[in-house]
Write a new protein. Structure first.
Length: 399
Protein backbone atom coordinates (compact mmCIF):
# COMPACT_ATOMS: atom_id res chain seq x y z
CA UNK A 1 0.00 0.00 0.00
CA UNK A 2 1.56 3.27 -1.03
CA UNK A 3 -1.22 5.70 -0.30
CA UNK A 4 -1.52 6.22 3.43
CA UNK A 5 -4.71 8.30 3.38
CA UNK A 6 -7.39 8.72 0.75
CA UNK A 7 -7.41 12.14 -0.86
CA UNK A 8 -10.34 14.27 0.17
CA UNK A 9 -11.48 14.66 -3.41
CA UNK A 10 -14.65 16.71 -3.10
CA UNK A 11 -13.55 20.26 -3.79
CA UNK A 12 -16.88 21.70 -4.94
CA UNK A 13 -17.91 25.00 -3.33
CA UNK A 14 -20.34 24.70 -0.43
CA UNK A 15 -24.01 25.45 -1.13
CA UNK A 16 -24.57 29.20 -1.19
CA UNK A 17 -20.89 29.98 -1.82
CA UNK A 18 -20.30 32.10 -4.92
CA UNK A 19 -17.83 30.69 -7.46
CA UNK A 20 -14.59 32.58 -8.02
CA UNK A 21 -13.62 33.77 -11.48
CA UNK A 22 -9.96 33.15 -10.60
CA UNK A 23 -8.84 29.78 -11.92
CA UNK A 24 -11.45 29.48 -14.69
CA UNK A 25 -10.19 28.91 -18.22
CA UNK A 26 -11.18 31.51 -20.82
CA UNK A 27 -13.93 29.17 -22.08
CA UNK A 28 -15.24 28.59 -18.57
CA UNK A 29 -15.21 32.33 -17.98
CA UNK A 30 -17.18 32.96 -21.16
CA UNK A 31 -19.65 30.20 -20.22
CA UNK A 32 -20.03 31.69 -16.74
CA UNK A 33 -20.89 35.06 -18.28
CA UNK A 34 -23.42 33.47 -20.63
CA UNK A 35 -24.85 31.77 -17.57
CA UNK A 36 -25.73 35.11 -15.96
CA UNK A 37 -27.42 36.40 -19.10
CA UNK A 38 -24.64 38.29 -20.89
CA UNK A 39 -25.57 38.16 -24.62
CA UNK A 40 -23.52 35.57 -26.49
CA UNK A 41 -22.05 38.14 -28.91
CA UNK A 42 -20.51 40.01 -25.96
CA UNK A 43 -19.08 37.16 -23.92
CA UNK A 44 -15.72 36.85 -25.69
CA UNK A 45 -15.00 40.56 -25.34
CA UNK A 46 -16.17 40.61 -21.71
CA UNK A 47 -14.14 37.52 -20.87
CA UNK A 48 -11.03 39.16 -22.38
CA UNK A 49 -11.70 42.31 -20.33
CA UNK A 50 -12.06 40.34 -17.11
CA UNK A 51 -8.96 38.26 -17.90
CA UNK A 52 -6.97 41.48 -18.22
CA UNK A 53 -8.26 42.81 -14.90
CA UNK A 54 -7.64 39.53 -13.11
CA UNK A 55 -4.19 38.63 -14.39
CA UNK A 56 -2.54 41.79 -15.75
CA UNK A 57 -3.91 44.31 -13.29
CA UNK A 58 -4.38 42.04 -10.30
CA UNK A 59 -7.87 43.37 -9.50
CA UNK A 60 -9.25 42.08 -6.22
CA UNK A 61 -12.71 43.58 -6.54
CA UNK A 62 -15.12 44.32 -9.34
CA UNK A 63 -15.32 48.02 -8.46
CA UNK A 64 -11.80 48.56 -9.84
CA UNK A 65 -12.93 47.50 -13.33
CA UNK A 66 -13.53 50.96 -14.69
CA UNK A 67 -14.18 49.93 -18.29
CA UNK A 68 -16.97 47.57 -17.24
CA UNK A 69 -20.40 49.22 -16.93
CA UNK A 70 -21.81 49.81 -13.47
CA UNK A 71 -24.78 47.52 -14.14
CA UNK A 72 -22.58 44.66 -15.26
CA UNK A 73 -20.29 45.13 -12.25
CA UNK A 74 -23.34 44.87 -9.99
CA UNK A 75 -24.36 41.64 -11.76
CA UNK A 76 -20.86 40.22 -11.38
CA UNK A 77 -20.83 41.02 -7.66
CA UNK A 78 -24.13 39.15 -7.26
CA UNK A 79 -22.81 35.98 -8.88
CA UNK A 80 -19.05 35.75 -8.46
CA UNK A 81 -16.11 36.53 -6.23
CA UNK A 82 -12.45 37.32 -7.00
CA UNK A 83 -11.32 36.12 -3.64
CA UNK A 84 -7.74 35.60 -2.61
CA UNK A 85 -6.76 33.00 -0.04
CA UNK A 86 -6.57 34.31 3.51
CA UNK A 87 -3.01 35.10 4.60
CA UNK A 88 -2.54 33.57 8.05
CA UNK A 89 1.10 34.62 8.38
CA UNK A 90 3.74 36.21 6.20
CA UNK A 91 7.37 35.76 7.20
CA UNK A 92 10.43 37.37 5.68
CA UNK A 93 13.76 35.62 6.14
CA UNK A 94 17.10 37.37 6.73
CA UNK A 95 18.01 36.39 3.15
CA UNK A 96 14.85 37.95 1.65
CA UNK A 97 12.96 34.68 1.22
CA UNK A 98 9.28 35.08 2.03
CA UNK A 99 6.88 32.45 3.21
CA UNK A 100 3.12 32.73 3.36
CA UNK A 101 0.88 30.42 5.31
CA UNK A 102 -2.40 30.53 3.41
CA UNK A 103 -5.82 29.31 4.47
CA UNK A 104 -8.42 28.07 2.02
CA UNK A 105 -12.08 27.67 2.93
CA UNK A 106 -13.62 24.25 3.41
CA UNK A 107 -14.81 22.44 0.32
CA UNK A 108 -17.35 19.64 0.11
CA UNK A 109 -17.29 17.76 3.38
CA UNK A 110 -13.81 18.92 4.36
CA UNK A 111 -12.67 21.65 6.73
CA UNK A 112 -10.52 24.73 6.06
CA UNK A 113 -6.97 23.83 5.08
CA UNK A 114 -3.63 25.57 5.16
CA UNK A 115 -0.68 25.42 2.80
CA UNK A 116 2.57 27.25 2.34
CA UNK A 117 3.98 29.20 -0.59
CA UNK A 118 7.58 30.44 -0.71
CA UNK A 119 9.18 33.27 -2.71
CA UNK A 120 12.94 33.09 -3.32
CA UNK A 121 14.57 36.24 -4.74
CA UNK A 122 17.84 35.55 -6.55
CA UNK A 123 20.23 37.49 -8.74
CA UNK A 124 18.28 38.22 -11.92
CA UNK A 125 15.16 36.27 -11.03
CA UNK A 126 12.54 35.52 -8.44
CA UNK A 127 11.14 32.03 -8.01
CA UNK A 128 7.81 31.18 -6.47
CA UNK A 129 7.52 27.70 -4.99
CA UNK A 130 3.86 26.70 -5.29
CA UNK A 131 1.95 23.87 -3.57
CA UNK A 132 -0.35 21.51 -5.45
CA UNK A 133 -1.92 19.59 -2.57
CA UNK A 134 -2.49 19.96 1.13
CA UNK A 135 -0.01 17.40 2.48
CA UNK A 136 1.00 14.47 0.28
CA UNK A 137 -0.11 10.84 0.01
CA UNK A 138 3.40 9.66 -0.83
CA UNK A 139 5.52 9.14 2.24
CA UNK A 140 9.07 9.87 1.12
CA UNK A 141 11.04 9.04 4.23
CA UNK A 142 13.09 12.28 4.28
CA UNK A 143 10.22 14.70 3.57
CA UNK A 144 8.27 16.44 6.26
CA UNK A 145 5.26 17.16 4.04
CA UNK A 146 4.78 13.41 3.62
CA UNK A 147 4.13 13.01 7.35
CA UNK A 148 1.04 15.16 7.21
CA UNK A 149 -2.23 13.29 7.61
CA UNK A 150 -4.80 15.49 5.93
CA UNK A 151 -4.54 15.46 2.18
CA UNK A 152 -6.69 17.24 -0.33
CA UNK A 153 -6.12 18.44 -3.85
CA UNK A 154 -5.92 22.18 -4.38
CA UNK A 155 -8.26 23.63 -7.00
CA UNK A 156 -7.05 25.67 -10.00
CA UNK A 157 -8.31 28.76 -8.16
CA UNK A 158 -6.19 27.89 -5.13
CA UNK A 159 -3.06 27.17 -7.18
CA UNK A 160 -3.36 30.36 -9.26
CA UNK A 161 -4.29 32.19 -6.03
CA UNK A 162 -0.81 31.48 -4.65
CA UNK A 163 0.76 33.29 -7.62
CA UNK A 164 -1.66 36.21 -7.28
CA UNK A 165 -1.06 36.56 -3.53
CA UNK A 166 2.70 36.68 -4.09
CA UNK A 167 2.31 39.31 -6.80
CA UNK A 168 -0.09 41.31 -4.58
CA UNK A 169 2.31 41.29 -1.66
CA UNK A 170 5.39 42.03 -3.76
CA UNK A 171 3.63 44.74 -5.78
CA UNK A 172 4.40 42.77 -8.93
CA UNK A 173 1.81 44.36 -11.28
CA UNK A 174 2.62 47.03 -13.83
CA UNK A 175 1.85 50.43 -12.43
CA UNK A 176 1.51 49.27 -8.83
CA UNK A 177 5.24 49.54 -8.08
CA UNK A 178 7.40 47.02 -6.27
CA UNK A 179 8.12 47.37 -2.59
CA UNK A 180 11.17 49.41 -1.77
CA UNK A 181 14.38 47.45 -1.70
CA UNK A 182 13.06 44.61 -3.89
CA UNK A 183 15.04 44.59 -7.12
CA UNK A 184 13.12 43.56 -10.21
CA UNK A 185 14.82 40.73 -12.13
CA UNK A 186 15.76 41.06 -15.79
CA UNK A 187 12.31 40.00 -16.94
CA UNK A 188 10.93 43.05 -15.17
CA UNK A 189 8.90 40.70 -13.00
CA UNK A 190 9.50 39.88 -9.38
CA UNK A 191 7.83 36.50 -9.79
CA UNK A 192 9.73 35.51 -12.94
CA UNK A 193 9.70 31.73 -12.38
CA UNK A 194 7.25 29.26 -10.88
CA UNK A 195 8.21 25.83 -9.56
CA UNK A 196 5.63 23.26 -8.51
CA UNK A 197 7.87 22.14 -5.66
CA UNK A 198 5.82 23.09 -2.63
CA UNK A 199 3.59 20.65 -0.81
CA UNK A 200 2.08 17.72 -2.68
CA UNK A 201 2.62 15.60 -5.77
CA UNK A 202 1.47 17.70 -8.76
CA UNK A 203 0.96 14.70 -11.04
CA UNK A 204 -1.56 13.27 -8.54
CA UNK A 205 -3.62 16.42 -9.08
CA UNK A 206 -3.05 16.58 -12.81
CA UNK A 207 -6.21 18.27 -14.07
CA UNK A 208 -6.13 21.12 -11.57
CA UNK A 209 -2.39 21.69 -11.94
CA UNK A 210 -2.78 21.70 -15.72
CA UNK A 211 -5.60 24.28 -15.64
CA UNK A 212 -3.63 26.48 -13.25
CA UNK A 213 -0.37 26.32 -15.21
CA UNK A 214 -2.12 27.04 -18.50
CA UNK A 215 -3.46 30.22 -16.88
CA UNK A 216 0.02 31.10 -15.56
CA UNK A 217 1.46 30.65 -19.08
CA UNK A 218 -1.29 32.58 -20.90
CA UNK A 219 0.38 35.38 -22.83
CA UNK A 220 -2.49 37.84 -22.27
CA UNK A 221 -2.39 37.31 -18.54
CA UNK A 222 0.27 36.25 -16.04
CA UNK A 223 2.35 35.47 -19.13
CA UNK A 224 5.12 33.28 -17.73
CA UNK A 225 7.01 31.45 -20.44
CA UNK A 226 6.64 27.67 -20.16
CA UNK A 227 10.41 27.53 -19.86
CA UNK A 228 10.11 29.45 -16.61
CA UNK A 229 7.63 27.02 -15.13
CA UNK A 230 8.93 23.74 -13.67
CA UNK A 231 6.87 20.81 -12.48
CA UNK A 232 8.59 18.51 -10.01
CA UNK A 233 7.43 14.92 -9.62
CA UNK A 234 8.54 12.04 -7.45
CA UNK A 235 8.00 9.86 -10.51
CA UNK A 236 4.36 9.25 -11.46
CA UNK A 237 5.49 7.61 -14.71
CA UNK A 238 2.14 7.28 -16.58
CA UNK A 239 1.46 11.01 -16.21
CA UNK A 240 4.88 12.24 -17.39
CA UNK A 241 4.09 12.17 -21.15
CA UNK A 242 0.82 14.01 -20.50
CA UNK A 243 2.66 16.71 -18.53
CA UNK A 244 4.87 17.30 -21.57
CA UNK A 245 2.14 17.15 -24.20
CA UNK A 246 -0.68 18.94 -22.40
CA UNK A 247 1.15 21.46 -20.22
CA UNK A 248 4.55 21.71 -21.94
CA UNK A 249 6.46 22.97 -18.90
CA UNK A 250 9.95 22.05 -17.73
CA UNK A 251 10.25 18.79 -15.83
CA UNK A 252 12.10 18.03 -12.60
CA UNK A 253 12.43 14.51 -11.23
CA UNK A 254 13.00 13.78 -7.55
CA UNK A 255 15.47 10.96 -8.10
CA UNK A 256 17.45 10.88 -4.83
CA UNK A 257 18.83 7.35 -5.31
CA UNK A 258 20.46 5.36 -8.10
CA UNK A 259 19.56 1.85 -6.95
CA UNK A 260 15.98 0.56 -6.72
CA UNK A 261 16.57 -0.96 -3.30
CA UNK A 262 17.44 2.41 -1.78
CA UNK A 263 14.94 4.42 -3.83
CA UNK A 264 12.17 2.03 -2.70
CA UNK A 265 12.95 3.19 0.81
CA UNK A 266 13.45 6.92 0.19
CA UNK A 267 10.70 7.40 -2.41
CA UNK A 268 8.24 4.53 -1.87
CA UNK A 269 6.51 5.30 -5.20
CA UNK A 270 9.57 3.63 -6.73
CA UNK A 271 8.06 0.23 -5.85
CA UNK A 272 5.35 0.99 -8.38
CA UNK A 273 7.50 2.79 -10.96
CA UNK A 274 11.14 1.72 -10.67
CA UNK A 275 14.14 3.73 -11.87
CA UNK A 276 14.40 2.13 -15.33
CA UNK A 277 10.76 2.96 -16.15
CA UNK A 278 11.14 6.46 -14.78
CA UNK A 279 14.22 7.17 -16.89
CA UNK A 280 12.57 5.70 -19.99
CA UNK A 281 9.72 8.21 -19.51
CA UNK A 282 12.31 10.98 -19.15
CA UNK A 283 14.09 9.97 -22.36
CA UNK A 284 10.77 10.21 -24.19
CA UNK A 285 9.72 13.53 -22.61
CA UNK A 286 8.18 15.72 -25.34
CA UNK A 287 10.32 18.70 -26.33
CA UNK A 288 13.46 17.44 -24.60
CA UNK A 289 16.65 19.01 -25.97
CA UNK A 290 19.90 20.51 -24.77
CA UNK A 291 18.07 23.81 -24.40
CA UNK A 292 15.23 22.12 -22.50
CA UNK A 293 16.87 19.77 -20.04
CA UNK A 294 15.29 17.73 -17.31
CA UNK A 295 16.39 18.63 -13.79
CA UNK A 296 17.17 15.68 -11.55
CA UNK A 297 16.85 16.52 -7.88
CA UNK A 298 19.08 14.65 -5.50
CA UNK A 299 18.83 15.22 -1.75
CA UNK A 300 22.19 14.72 -0.01
CA UNK A 301 21.74 12.31 2.92
CA UNK A 302 24.80 11.58 5.00
CA UNK A 303 26.04 8.00 4.60
CA UNK A 304 22.93 7.01 2.63
CA UNK A 305 23.21 8.16 -0.98
CA UNK A 306 26.22 10.49 -1.05
CA UNK A 307 29.19 8.25 -1.97
CA UNK A 308 31.33 8.67 -5.08
CA UNK A 309 30.08 5.27 -6.25
CA UNK A 310 26.56 6.74 -6.16
CA UNK A 311 27.75 9.75 -8.16
CA UNK A 312 29.34 7.49 -10.79
CA UNK A 313 26.18 5.40 -11.08
CA UNK A 314 24.13 8.58 -11.44
CA UNK A 315 26.25 9.67 -14.39
CA UNK A 316 25.92 6.23 -15.95
CA UNK A 317 22.14 6.16 -15.54
CA UNK A 318 21.59 9.60 -17.05
CA UNK A 319 23.79 9.01 -20.10
CA UNK A 320 22.03 10.38 -23.16
CA UNK A 321 19.40 12.41 -21.29
CA UNK A 322 19.80 16.19 -21.60
CA UNK A 323 19.92 16.80 -17.86
CA UNK A 324 21.09 18.97 -15.05
CA UNK A 325 21.48 17.71 -11.54
CA UNK A 326 20.32 19.72 -8.60
CA UNK A 327 22.01 18.65 -5.38
CA UNK A 328 19.85 19.58 -2.40
CA UNK A 329 21.48 19.61 1.04
CA UNK A 330 19.03 17.74 3.29
CA UNK A 331 16.98 20.10 5.42
CA UNK A 332 16.31 18.50 8.78
CA UNK A 333 12.95 18.63 10.52
CA UNK A 334 11.82 17.65 14.02
CA UNK A 335 11.71 13.86 14.38
CA UNK A 336 13.85 12.84 11.39
CA UNK A 337 16.84 10.50 11.75
CA UNK A 338 18.51 11.63 8.53
CA UNK A 339 21.41 14.05 8.52
CA UNK A 340 22.72 16.30 5.79
CA UNK A 341 25.92 15.13 4.11
CA UNK A 342 29.09 16.99 5.06
CA UNK A 343 29.85 19.93 2.79
CA UNK A 344 33.09 18.39 1.45
CA UNK A 345 31.17 15.23 0.55
CA UNK A 346 28.57 17.26 -1.36
CA UNK A 347 31.33 19.12 -3.22
CA UNK A 348 33.14 15.90 -4.13
CA UNK A 349 29.87 14.46 -5.44
CA UNK A 350 29.16 17.67 -7.41
CA UNK A 351 32.69 17.69 -8.89
CA UNK A 352 32.41 14.16 -10.21
CA UNK A 353 29.03 14.82 -11.81
CA UNK A 354 30.30 18.10 -13.17
CA UNK A 355 33.38 16.53 -14.73
CA UNK A 356 31.06 14.10 -16.53
CA UNK A 357 29.53 17.13 -18.28
CA UNK A 358 26.43 17.82 -16.22
CA UNK A 359 25.68 21.13 -14.57
CA UNK A 360 25.35 20.19 -10.91
CA UNK A 361 24.51 23.24 -8.81
CA UNK A 362 24.25 22.73 -5.09
CA UNK A 363 21.01 24.32 -3.99
CA UNK A 364 21.80 26.81 -1.28
CA UNK A 365 19.27 26.37 1.47
CA UNK A 366 17.12 29.50 1.55
CA UNK A 367 14.92 30.79 4.31
CA UNK A 368 16.04 28.20 6.84
CA UNK A 369 15.35 30.68 9.66
CA UNK A 370 11.67 30.71 8.70
CA UNK A 371 11.53 26.96 7.84
CA UNK A 372 10.94 27.73 4.19
CA UNK A 373 13.55 25.34 2.77
CA UNK A 374 12.70 22.24 0.71
CA UNK A 375 10.85 19.62 2.68
CA UNK A 376 10.34 21.86 5.69
CA UNK A 377 7.01 23.28 4.61
CA UNK A 378 4.23 23.03 7.10
CA UNK A 379 6.43 22.16 10.02
CA UNK A 380 6.11 25.57 11.60
CA UNK A 381 2.33 25.65 11.44
CA UNK A 382 2.13 22.12 12.80
CA UNK A 383 4.46 23.08 15.61
CA UNK A 384 2.30 26.05 16.43
CA UNK A 385 -0.69 23.79 16.55
CA UNK A 386 1.09 21.46 18.96
CA UNK A 387 1.86 24.49 21.12
CA UNK A 388 -1.80 25.56 21.00
CA UNK A 389 -2.87 22.05 21.95
CA UNK A 390 -0.44 21.95 24.84
CA UNK A 391 -1.74 25.31 26.05
CA UNK A 392 -5.29 23.99 25.80
CA UNK A 393 -4.42 20.79 27.65
CA UNK A 394 -2.73 22.86 30.35
CA UNK A 395 -5.92 24.91 30.69
CA UNK A 396 -8.17 21.85 30.82
CA UNK A 397 -5.80 20.30 33.35
CA UNK A 398 -6.05 23.41 35.49
CA UNK A 399 -9.86 23.28 35.65
N1 LIG B 1 6.19 16.07 -4.60
C1 LIG B 1 7.02 16.60 -5.59
C2 LIG B 1 7.25 18.10 -5.47
C3 LIG B 1 7.51 18.70 -4.08
S1 LIG B 1 8.98 18.35 -3.20
C4 LIG B 1 8.35 15.89 -5.61
O1 LIG B 1 8.62 15.13 -4.69
O2 LIG B 1 9.10 16.08 -6.57
C5 LIG B 1 10.28 19.39 -3.82
C6 LIG B 1 11.68 18.77 -3.66
O3 LIG B 1 12.17 18.86 -2.30
C7 LIG B 1 11.69 17.29 -4.00
O4 LIG B 1 12.80 16.97 -4.78
C8 LIG B 1 11.79 16.67 -2.63
O5 LIG B 1 12.27 15.37 -2.73
C9 LIG B 1 12.71 17.62 -1.92
N2 LIG B 1 12.69 17.46 -0.45
C10 LIG B 1 11.71 16.95 0.33
N3 LIG B 1 12.07 16.95 1.63
C11 LIG B 1 13.32 17.47 1.69
C12 LIG B 1 14.21 17.77 2.77
N4 LIG B 1 13.86 17.53 4.02
N5 LIG B 1 15.40 18.33 2.46
C13 LIG B 1 15.72 18.63 1.18
N6 LIG B 1 14.90 18.37 0.12
C14 LIG B 1 13.72 17.81 0.37
FE1 LIG C 1 5.31 14.08 -1.41
FE2 LIG C 1 7.34 15.15 -2.82
FE3 LIG C 1 7.43 15.05 -0.13
FE4 LIG C 1 7.65 12.79 -1.54
S1 LIG C 1 9.08 14.53 -1.55
S2 LIG C 1 6.37 13.07 0.31
S3 LIG C 1 6.26 13.20 -3.23
S4 LIG C 1 5.97 16.23 -1.34
Amino acid sequence: MLEKTPIIGDVTPRPGELPSLVGMSRDQLAAALTGIGIPERQTRMRAAQLWHWLYIRGATDFEAMTNVSKDLRAELVRHFVLSRPEIVTEQVSDDGTRKWLLRFPSRGAGRPVEIETVYIPEEGRGTLCVSSQVGCTLSCSFCHTGTQKLVRNLTPEEIVGQILIARDRLGDYPGKGAEEGTAAPSTGRLVSNVVMMGMGEPLYNFDHVKSALLIAADGDGIGLSRRRITLSTSGVVPMIPRAGEEIGVMLAISLHAVRDELRDELVPLNRKYPIAELLAACRAYPGLSNARRITFEYVMLKGINDSLADARELVRLLAGIPAKINLIPFNPWPGTDYECSDWEEIERFADLVNRAGYASPIRTPRGRDILAACGQLKSESERLRIRERMALEAMIGAD
